[in-house]
Design a protein around this ligand. Structure first.
Ligand SMILES: C[S@@+](CC[C@H](N)C(=O)[O-])C[C@H]1O[C@@H](n2cnc3c(N)ncnc32)[C@H](O)[C@@H]1O
Length: 218
């Protein structure tokens, strides 16, 4: 007989991922995001980076009202939902297998209303980018999407496609490994990147990037 009772996840920092929901209050609204770690893994739990991104958006340092915003690797959709509640026109994206779960969370937290125009759609980084308007967004959001080295080139191609010189990119990042900083170095080849916020409690860095003007050789 086991002396220590079975604990599904002994690390308290990870046990929150096994809760069936996560609750927040942003934009004067109570939000409840369904989670399902066992079914969909990383795409079905709310990561600290998303929470820090929402806190930053709520500060009002980024203009959202009426802006065309796209969220990449949205997972449960918390960031896109909050951006919509703050007045943006949001396209919330992720890979195809995550979309039903994402749509259900978006529908549960946003009542359909003309002032909250939101679209949920598939965007696998680097794939079929022509489905999205080139340079067609004012703001690109990504929370905890820099973690798979194999995806770095396609994620950068995606940012290059979605951004014009005037588009702002906001990335909320947990820097876990050296390779994560490699992504930032790769991004800096085509974008001006600056750190605009650091959440010490959750160890989340927030970077703002803007595409460098295209060089015109004479
Ligand atoms: C760590 S989770 C972050 C989820 C959410 N942004 C958050 O912070 O709570 C990473 C997300 O990136 C998505 N993702 C991973 N690889 C992707 C790819 N190649 N194309 C699009 N999304 C991808 C996953 O499906 C997942 O939703």
């Amino acid at each position: 007989m086991a002396l220590v009772p079975y604990v599904q996840n002994p690390l308290p920092v990870l046990s929150k991922f096994h809760n069936s929901s996560a609750e927040f209050r942003f934009a004067n609204r109570d939000l409840r995001l369904t989670q399902d770690w066992k079914k969909l893994g990383v795409a079905a739990v709310v990561w600290d980076a998303a929470v820090v991104m929402c806190m930053y958006l709520e500060l009002g340092k980024v203009e959202l009202k009426g802006k065309r915003v796209i969220e990449l690797g949205a997972g449960t959709g918390l960031v896109g939902i909050v951006a919509a509640l703050l007045g943006a026109h949001v396209t919330i994206t992720d890979r195809e297998p995550a979309l039903d779960f994402l749509s259900a969370n978006v529908e549960a937290n946003l009542t359909p209303a003309p002032q909250q125009p939101v679209v949920v759609s598939e965007l696998t980084w680097g794939v079929a980018l022509e489905r999205y308007p080139a340079g067609g967004f004012d703001l690109v959001l990504g929370a905890d999407i820099i973690y798979l080295e194999d995806t770095f080139p396609s994620l950068i191609r995606t940012l290059e496609h979605l951004c014009s010189d005037a588009t702002a990119v906001l990335l909320a990042c947990k820097i876990r490994y050296e390779r994560d900083t490699n992504f930032l170095s790769m991004l800096k080849r085509g974008f001006h990147v600056e750190e605009v916020h650091y959440d010490q409690e959750r160890d989340i860095h927030l970077y703002r990037a803007r595409k460098l003007p295209t060089r015109r050789d004479l």
